[in-house]
Every structure is written in C-alpha cells, then in structure tokens.
Design a protein around this ligand. Structure first.
Ligand code: CP
Length: 307
C-alpha cells in the first residue's frame, strides 16, 4: 500500500504483515541501541492541525528509531494561522522533500485530499470523527499479544461511538481480522446505521451490564464533550452510572478479559482510576505498542518493497 488512510485500506494479509513487522520492531525497541538504519535519508513530516500527545510523539519516536529525518509541524504558530490552505501547506512540505506526511486534522477526509496533492505517502493520524487507523492497529497488536489471537475474540467498544474515529477504525480492522465487535452506549451516541455501514456482523447493545460477562476485550472510549452539545446525554454523573467502567463492573468480566482505552481518559467519567490502573488495564502498554506499530507502518510504506 502507498497510503494508510482508513482501516478499510487493510486486507487481512496486509494487517497481519504490519502486526508481525511491529513485533520485530518491538524487539528493536527493547534493545540498548534502539535505532535501525532502514529509513536513513528519508523525511517524515508530522503535520498536526489538532492537539495530540500519544500519536504525535509516537510517530516521532518511530521515525527516529528508523533513522528518518523528522519535521514536526504544528498548525499553531505556522502560516496556517495567517489563512494558508491545507493544499498550499502540503505543496510547501512537498517542496521540502517529504517522503511521508503523517496528518491529524479536524476535518474528516482531509488526509484523503492530501493524498491527491503530495507525491509521498500519507498516513492518517486522526481526521475529525472519521478514522484513526494506526490506533486500531496498535489496539489489534495489543489484543493479539495479550490474548494470543484476534479471530473469534469478543470485543465490546463502549461509549461515545458517534464522535469516535478510534471506534470506526477498530470496527473495520477487527472485523477484517475475524473478531466479533459489539458497540455499546446510549442510543444518542451510537449512529443507527453504523454497524451496517462499517462492517455487517457488528452488533449494537445499549446495556453495558448485559454485555460484560461474555466479553474478552472491553475498549472504553473517551466521551468527547468538545464535539457535542447538551442533547447527547443528561449529565456526566448519569453517563458514568450507566456506561462508566468501575470496579464492580470490571469484576463482571471473565477472569481473562482485558480493559483498553486509547487515551486521553476522562477518569471518573467513562473509566474509574481503580480500573484504569488495574492489572487488567492495557492502557500504558497500548502506548508502548504504538511506537512499534508506527515503526512498522512507516517501514512498510517507505522502506519495504513498495518503492
Ligand atoms: N489516542 C490518541 O490518539 O491520543 P492523542 O490524541 O494524545 O494522540
């Protein structure tokens, strides 16, 4: 593949190739000397129009561990603040020799437009409420490493599905890899047609307590208050009471089940500190795995057998 814009870009073989390559990269990350020369002479631009902690730093670490040159571009403090368009910004980066552009943008579809304008590879690092494919890959990697498989796993994706690019990419990728996904949350936060539109076979349930006992992986989503008005749910307390994962609910999960969250978390709303910091939580592990997965993505897009 030339770009990674959507979970739908990945067939099962390509997704498994990325996860297997990430496992090899994880071995490099565990070494005393963490660098590989694979992308020496290549330039990766991190083009972030939205805030990020994990994704931006993770892509930077991944590119540097592969010996690429990294340019970090934040829209704040750039000529975007003077009104420069995404296209003109892209052409400027192109003129500076970007081999790959990692882009986060508030507009759904922005990475797809960018891919029309630049010669290099484009990686979607989160576009609006649309997709976040490398998050789905690192989540799949974490599930596979903890549970030993993806096919047949029961995965509950819980909470603000409506505004979640993480949920969309996970539904697409996990379905491709044979997991059974159930979307759980209040009806106002689960689009009516989402299951059929993304992946037939995806279930929807509005009762978290009913789903927990048969779930292998519970993935809590951040409630994105910044993207919603007051109409979506009555109050934070009511939301936490019905859809928050606390200690009592966690104990309804099977013994082997794990708890995931892409971060950043609203502690006390969708997840309590007791759960977030428990041995079942893979939240910190997901961040570690994100570097290996992004190394694999950059390596396969830029250094593998595509070019
Ligand atoms: N999970 C995730 O995308 O986190 P950031 O917004 O910090 O990058």
């Amino acid at each position: 593949i030339r770009h990674l814009l959507s979970g739908a870009d990945l067939d099962a073989d390509t997704a498994i190739q990325i996860l297997d390559t990430a496992a090899e990269m994880a071995a490099v990350s565990g070494r005393e000397v963490k660098k590989l020369p694979a992308l020496r002479g290549r330039t990766v631009v991190n083009l972030f129009y939205e805030d990020s902690t994990r994704t931006r730093i993770s892509f930077e670490a991944a590119a540097k561990r592969l010996s690429a040159d990294v340019i970090n571009f934040s829209a704040k403090g750039s000529s975007v603040a003077k009104g420069e368009s995404l296209k003109d910004t892209a052409l400027t980066l192109q003129a500076m020799g970007a081999d790959a552009v990692v882009v986060r943008h508030p507009a759904s579809g922005a990475p797809h437009r960018l891919a029309d304008w630049v010669d290099g590879s484009v990686v979607n690092a989160g576009d609006g409420t649309h997709e976040h494919p490398t998050q789905a890959l690192l989540d799949a990697y974490t599930m596979r490493s903890r549970m030993g498989r993806l096919a047949g796993l029961s995965v509950a994706v819980v909470g603000d599905v409506l505004h979640s690019r993480v949920a969309r990419s996970n539904v697409l990728l996990l379905s491709t890899l044979g997991a059974k996904v159930t979307l759980v949350g209040p009806p106002t936060l689960i689009p009516v047609d989402i299951a059929a539109a993304l992946a037939p076979g995806t279930a929807v349930c509005y009762d978290l307590d009913a789903v927990l006992p048969s779930t292998d992986v519970v993935m809590m989503l951040r409630v994105q208050r910044e993207r919603m008005g007051d109409s979506y749910f009555p109050s934070a307390r009511e939301y936490a009471r019905r859809y928050g994962l606390d200690g009592a609910r966690m104990r309804r999960l099977p013994e082997h089940a794990i708890v995931m969250h892409p971060g950043p978390m609203n502690r006390g709303m969708e997840i309590t500190p007791e759960v977030a910091d428990s041995p079942r939580s893979t939240i910190v592990e997901q961040v570690t795995n994100g570097v290996s997965v992004r190394m694999a993505v950059l390596y396969l897009l830029l250094g593998g057998n595509n070019r």
